[in-house]
Structures are given as structure tokens and as C-alpha cells.
Design a protein around this ligand. Structure first.
Ligand code: SAM
Length: 220
């Protein structure tokens, strides 16, 4: 079993990773501080732990991945998280992204489709004092019972923007979601200015595992 130790070597590697993110254009200091605080190696299997501070996605089991740090930083920056924001994350995976949102002061609801990952993360996050609401099910439909949300982040690639997610955003709320084919997606930021007026922005060059489910990809 992996020991939850955060040595000066890990801290040093983390600082180098943060410098890399800055060089790649991440400027939100609150995002960088959270990523410098949360030990990414805690979220890795012992076989891969030596790679935890590379700016790459890695397998977490069940055919899923922990996102690349640059992608986590980019998506989180697009959300402009304010302390107290009610945030829904679709795709808990390892729990790393949820941990970053929590450390930034958000009230986090996170839903995971895969039962094994859901159970693992629900057990693990409290051990490192990350307190979020864990949910299990098809997040392509959102989580209407806790809506509306100030921010929604989707960490799997969708074929289209799920209507349910737009419905569950508050006015002024922001949805960040990768949309495209199964290999490549654009990162979209949708800001719900009024019930009918949605501002759309997009950014190129991302590659996520597929968002499954009723408003995602139907076949794994
Ligand atoms: N945010 C994660 C992290 O910090 O480790 C990385 C997420 S991984 C790239 C995508 C995750 O989305 C996988 O764990 C996958 O099982 C999950 N997923 C796919 N479709 C989903 C759905 N409809 N609802 C909820 N989770 C889903």
C-alpha cells in the first residue's frame, strides 16, 4: 500500500511542475497554489508513483486516467472558482481535480459512473481531509437534486453539450466541458448570461476519455 508521505523531494518536484505550468501559460495564482499544495502522488498507484509530477495523464485503473496537470490547471482557470461556489464535477476518477476545487474553497459535488472508482475515491479522499459530496451514476444528466450549480466541470469528452447540464447551471453560472469526437476535443466554456442567452468560447487541443451515458457516448 502507498504511504501518504509528502517529502521534500515530492515538494521540489511539485514546484518544478508549477513552473512548467506557468511557462505553458497558466496565470491563475489560486489554481497554481492549490496544485502546489495537493500532493498529486497520493492519487497514483505505487507502480506509477515516480511519474506523478510529469505533465502527463496516467492510468488509474478501469481504463480511466488522471488528467494531465496542464489540463486540470486550464479547466480550473476557466471556471474562475470563488470561495463558496457550488461546483458539480462530472467524472470524479482519482479525485485529484475534486481536491483542487475543494482546496480553492468550493463546495464540491462530484459524480462518477464507474462503481469501483466511485468506491475507491469515496474511501480515499476523507483520509487526506478532502471533504466533498460523492455521487455515483450517469453525470451526463447532471445531478438535478442538488441543482443549481455556480460552476460545472466535465472531465471526460462529450459528443455534444448535454442540455441537462445547461439547465442545472444558475444564471451567471459557467460550464467547462471538452466537446468533440472520441479522440480530440475542444474545451468549451459556456456562460449562462440569462435563461436563453449562453456565451460560448472554445479552445483547441485536448484529448479525454469518453463521457458515457444518456447525454454522452452510448457505447463504451
Ligand atoms: N477528474 C478525474 C481526476 O481528477 O482524476 C479524471 C477523470 S477521467 C479523465 C474521466 C472520468 O469520467 C472517468 O473516471 C470516467 O469513469 C468518468 N465518466 C465517464 N462518463 C461518465 C458519466 N456519464 N458520469 C460520471 N462519470 C463519468
Amino acid at each position: 500500500m502507498l504511504k501518504l508521505e509528502d517529502s521534500y523531494i515530492h515538494k521540489g518536484k511539485r514546484r518544478v511542475l508549477i513552473d512548467t505550468l506557468r511557462k505553458k501559460g497558466i496565470t491563475d495564482e489560486r489554481v497554481l497554489t492549490a496544485m502546489n499544495t495537493l500532493p498529486r502522488h497520493f492519487f497514483f498507484d505505487s507502480a506509477l508513483v515516480s511519474h506523478a509530477y510529469e505533465d502527463k495523464a496516467f492510468p488509474i485503473g478501469e481504463g480511466q486516467t488522471i488528467s494531465q496537470p496542464y489540463t486540470v490547471a486550464f479547466q480550473t482557470s476557466l471556471l474562475s472558482i470563488q470561495p463558496g461556489d457550488k461546483v458539480l464535477e462530472i467524472g470524479t476518477g482519482s479525485g485529484y481535480q475534486a481536491g483542487i476545487l475543494y482546496l480553492m474553497g468550493a463546495k464540491v459535488y462530484s459524480i462518477e459512473y464507474n462503481a469501483k472508482l466511485y468506491e475507491q475515491t469515496k474511501t480515499f479522499l476523507p483520509k487526506i481531509s478532502i471533504r466533498i459530496k460523492h455521487l455515483h451514476g450517469d453525470g451526463s444528466l447532471g445531478v438535478p437534486e442538488h441543482a443549481p450549480y455556480d460552476k460545472i466541470i466535465v472531465t471526460a469528452g462529450a459528443p455534444v453539450v448535454p442540455k441537462s447540464l445547461l439547465h442545472q447551471l444558475s444564471i451567471g453560472g459557467v460550464l467547462v466541458i471538452p466537446v468533440g469526437n472520441r479522440q480530440n476535443q475542444q474545451m468549451m466554456r459556456l456562460t449562462k448570461q440569462t435563461e436563453k442567452n449562453i456565451l460560448q468560447e472554445s479552445f483547441d487541443g485536448f484529448s479525454f476519455v469518453p463521457l458515457l451515458g444518456d447525454e454522452g457516448w452510448r457505447v463504451p
